[in-house]
Design a binder for this molecule. Structure first.
Ligand code: NAD
Ligand code: UFG
Length: 338
């Protein structure tokens, strides 16, 4: 049993990870500024787990607030989710992303150092690979960031790796996620994008609820089996469990690792539309549109290192992802027949 601080713990992946940690007997403290999460998430977590997690409303860029939080709630490790994550926004406002993601991570690491907390699990992204030459992607493939967001993730990884190399951190895991989708099967927590969703699954759900007329499929002329973009989608509950296992690995091993988290299965946009329609019984009208600038054609991860090191493997399939995404989004939209 460990005491763990989750920066960004009220967010999409952080809240699911809080549940996974609590289920495995760990004590969770959440630090979040609620910039991109709902204030009722802690209540929802209480409903789901029967546990009340201490919540500190603070910005990771505020070293004093982070130090005070870590002094008040002594922890064995930090899982660092807090960041901004929209590629388009990062290109529109680079300094905001450098400040929130890079400066924020430096300030957090300073606070950890001040309190002698030397274990960290970090949310990185498969976006650091850009368009890989081949898939499945291995962790030693070259990094080719294609956006400011991607660059901030790579810098954050490097900060952590450097601190581990110089002995300031004892144990660290940079986790490179593929595309998280889905929600807790209870539909008590899930993703709450504001405005028009950028990502495929939430947009598709909103087409199925009738909130949006049709899905724009961005390009059907890629060099992929059906011409549409191929991704490795991972259920957020699988991703959350991977964090719990990564944490336990770091508590037992003083090492720094960089590990892909994915299913190893490539799914095209049209595959996902078909799986969604089959699983939910809802129609998803779509139109083929031009490619979205900045999109890569295809990738999927080799998750072998996560299995070898953490004993983790994705257990949920694309039908589970579609079902749980839909149940959550339909509930949010007030649709009762799900
Ligand atoms: P999210 O926006 O739902 O969660 C991030 C949380 O961090 C939010 O609750 C937000 O309020 C909080 N936060 C943001 N800036 C903060 C700050 N300066 N101080 C304190 N709290 C702050 O995002 P998510 O999808 O849960 O992503 C979590 C992490 O995973 C991020 O680091 C993201 O870059 C990474 N990631 C996400 C995806 C994805 O597609 N969702 C893919 C790969 C990696
Ligand atoms: N797509 C559509 N229509 C849409 C939205 C997406 O056709 O309305 C297509 C995209 O072109 C792409 C696929 O669906 O081929 C997936 O797109 P997403 O926007 O859902 O996800 P991305 O792969 O573009 O990016 C996501 C996150 C990034 C993260 C990356 C890897 O948004 O932040 O996964 O983790 F870096």
């Amino acid at each position: 049993m460990a005491n763990v601080l989750l920066t960004g713990g009220a967010g999409y992946i952080g809240s699911h990870t809080a549940v996974a940690l609590a289920e495995r007997g760990h004590q969770v403290v959440i630090l979040d500024n609620f910039r991109n999460s709902q204030r009722d998430v802690p209540d929802r977590l209480l409903r789901l787990t029967g546990k009340s997690f201490p919540v500190i409303e603070a910005d990771i860029r505020d070293t004093a607030a982070c130090s005070a939080a870590l002094a008040a709630h002594p922890v064995d490790a930090v899982i660092h989710f807090a960041a901004l994550k929209a590629v388009g926004e990062s290109e529109a406002d680079p300094l905001l992303y450098y400040d929130m993601n890079i400066i924020g991570t430096i300030r957090l690491l300073e606070a950890m150092q001040a309190q002698n907390i030397r274990r960290i699990v970090f949310s990185s992204s498969a976006t650091v690979y850009g368009q890989p030459d081949t898939s499945p992607i291995l962790e030693n493939f070259p990094t080719r960031v294609q956006s400011i967001y991607g660059r901030t993730k790579l810098v954050m990884e490097n900060l952590i790796t450097d601190l581990a190399r110089t002995g300031k951190l004892l144990a660290a895991a940079n986790l490179r996620y593929v595309n998280p989708v889905g929600a807790h099967p209870s539909a008590v927590i899930g993703e709450t994008p504001t405005g028009v969703p950028n990502n495929l699954m939430p947009f598709m759900c909103q087409v199925a609820t009738g909130q949006r007329e049709f899905l724009s499929v961005f390009g059907n002329d890629y060099n992929t089996p059906d011409g549409t973009g191929v991704r490795d989608y991972i259920h957020v509950v699988d991703l959350a469990n991977a964090h719990a296992l990564a944490l336990e690995y770091l508590l037992a091993n003083d090492v720094a690792v960089t590990v892909n988290l994915g299913t190893g299965i490539g799914i095209s946009v049209l595959d996902l539309v078909n799986a969604f329609e089959k699983t939910t019984g809802r129609a998803v009208p779509y139109k083929i549109m031009p490619r979205r600038p900045g999109d890569v054609a295809s990738y999927f991860a080799n998750p072998g290192a996560a299995e070898k090191l953490f004993g983790w493997k994705a257990a949920l399939n694309v039908d589970d992802m579609c079902r749980d995404s839909w149940t959550w989004e339909a509930k949010r939209a007030g649709i009762n027949d799900v």
